[in-house]
Design a protein around this ligand. Structure first.
Ligand SMILES: [Zn+2]
Length: 140
C-alpha cells in the first residue's frame, strides 16, 4: 500500500515473519525489541534467540525510545543506494533500557554534543516506516 505523499525507500528493510512485529509496531508508534524470558537480557535489533543464554523463549517489549547520544559521524560519501539522501548523520545511542542502537540522527551537525539526550522519531516511508533519533529538547 503506497501513498503519493509517503516516500518509497530505495533500499527497504527486509521484513521477515519475525521482524514484522517490530515494523508493524513502528507504524503504530511503538519502538520495541525482544527480551529473554529466561535471563531478562534485551537486545537491539530484536532477535528470536537470546545471544546471552541461547534461549528461544523471548518476548516483545516496548522501549521508551529515549537515550543518550554516544557517538555520531556525518556520511557524505554514501553507498549508492543512499547517495540521494547524503549527507546524513549516523549515530550510536545508548537507550535508557541499557541497549545500544545504531541509527540516524536528524539534527544540524553543530547542535550535536556527546551525551546529549535523544529520542526516537518515526519516519513515514514505504514499504516500512523507519526510525531516526532527534534531540530530546526536554531531556537535558
Ligand atoms: Zn537469555
Amino acid at each position: 500500500m503506497t501513498s503519493g505523499t509517503i516516500p518509497e525507500l530505495a533500499y527497504p528493510p527486509r521484513i521477515t515473519p519475525f521482524t514484522k512485529t517490530f515494523w508493524d509496531g513502528l507504524r503504530e508508534g511503538r519502538f520495541s525489541t525482544t527480551r529473554c524470558r529466561q535471563c531478562s537480557h534485551m537486545t537491539f535489533p530484536p532477535k528470536p534467540v537470546c545471544p546471552e543464554c541461547w534461549s528461544k523463549d523471548v518476548e516483545w517489549v516496548e522501549l521508551s525510545g529515549r537515550g543518550v547520544l554516544r557517538s555520531y559521524t556525518e556520511v557524505t560519501a554514501a553507498p549508492s543506494m543512499f547517495a540521494a539522501e547524503a549527507p546524513y548523520i549516523l549515530c550510536l545511542v545508548d537507550l535508557d533500557e541499557g541497549i545500544r542502537c545504531l541509527s540516524r540522527v536528524i539534527a544540524d551537525w553543530g547542535e550535536l554534543v556527546p551525551d546529549k539526550r535523544v529520542r526516537v522519531q518515526v519516519r513515514e516511508a514505504e514499504p516500512a516506516y523507519l526510525f531516526d533519533f532527534v534531540l530530546d529538547e526536554g531531556g537535558n
